[in-house]
Ligand binder design. Structure first.
Ligand SMILES: Nc1nc2ncc(COP(=O)(O)OP(=O)(O)O)nc2c(=O)[nH]1
Length: 271
């Protein structure tokens, strides 16, 4: 069970986190939902397609992405969070900024999705003071430079150690384990080989006492394996989400909810 703000989400079956990027420059859908009305319609479409929760992102984290001011990020995400507040769907905000976290939590967001694992000053306190869940993700370096020369002695050991260390910090701050999700951060300071090692270790990473979230949707790893451009990666995205679930992941963060939902229904039918 995931204690996710206003919601208690069963993890008996895998959950789909639908991605709503309200940015001009997200790697696969940047600019498509920058208009508030389009973003709201898209968010509701993802719920209709079977998203169990929505992840609202106001700052691209793709390699080389420019950073966004807190004011700008708030202007992007807050109207959508407000419009979705009473739709009855758990809402996540994808941010590294404690100020954005606090505003989103005050507006009722149910999960903080932080690619920086709440390392910013004040982030742990912001989360601890709320009832929201948190996704702690590993990354090596920052989007601007993380893909220049990723290097690990043992990527699985190091990612696992980091995530468990961050979970210990949260538990010490009074955050119950039922509010914590871990994520190895596919594509965040990793080579193709590093990403594949982490995905092969999904079972191990998912057995650490916390639900594991995998986000691989449309990412360059899939392009490297298939040769497909970003707009042609739905098949590989669905396949890798299904494989992650089959190996123990409990949440998949995806752009293509309907296709992923159908695939997970097939997996569930065989359990
Ligand atoms: N927890 C988690 N959060 C994430 N946020 C963004 C992206 C990148 O994907 P996307 O949001 O589609 O692109 P962009 O960061 O360019 O908006 N990937 C993850 C991920 O793998 N895990």
């Amino acid at each position: 069970m995931l204690q996710c703000g206003r919601f208690r989400l069963s993890l008996q079956r895998p959950l789909i986190m639908g991605i709503v990027n309200v940015t001009p420059d997200s790697f696969s859908d940047g600019g498509r939902y920058a208009d508030p009305a389009r973003a709201l319609a898209h968010a509701r479409q993802l719920v209709a397609e079977g998203a169990d929760l929505l992840d609202i992102g106001g700052e691209s984290t793709r390699p080389g992405a420019a950073t966004v001011s807190e004011t700008e990020e708030l202007e992007r995400v807050m109207p959508l969070l407000a419009a979705l507040r009473d739709d009855g769907v758990p809402l996540s905000v994808d941010t590294v900024k404690p100020g954005v976290m606090r505003a989103a939590l005050a507006a009722g967001v149910d999960l903080i999705n932080d690619v920086n694992a709440l390392q910013a000053e004040g982030a742990v306190e912001a989360l601890a003071d709320s009832g929201a869940a948190v996704c702690l993700m590993h990354k090596q370096g920052d989007p601007a430079t993380m893909q220049q020369a990723p290097r690990y002695a043992s990527v699985v050991d190091e990612v696992e150690h980091f995530l468990l260390q961050r979970a210990v910090v949260l538990r010490a701050a009074g955050v119950a384990s039922a509010r914590i999700v871990l994520d190895p951060g596919i594509g965040f300071g990793k080579t193709v080989e590093h990403n594949l090692e982490l995905l092969k270790a999904t079972g191990r990473l998912a057995s650490q006492g916390y639900p594991l979230l995998i986000g691989v949707s449309r990412k360059s790893l899939l392009g490297a394996l298939t040769g497909r451009p970003v707009e042609e990666r739905i098949h590989a995205s669905v396949a890798m989400a299904l494989l992650a679930v089959a190996r123990g992941a409990r949440i998949v963060r995806v752009h293509d909810v309907a296709a992923t939902r159908d695939a997970l229904k097939m997996w569930e039918a065989l359990q």
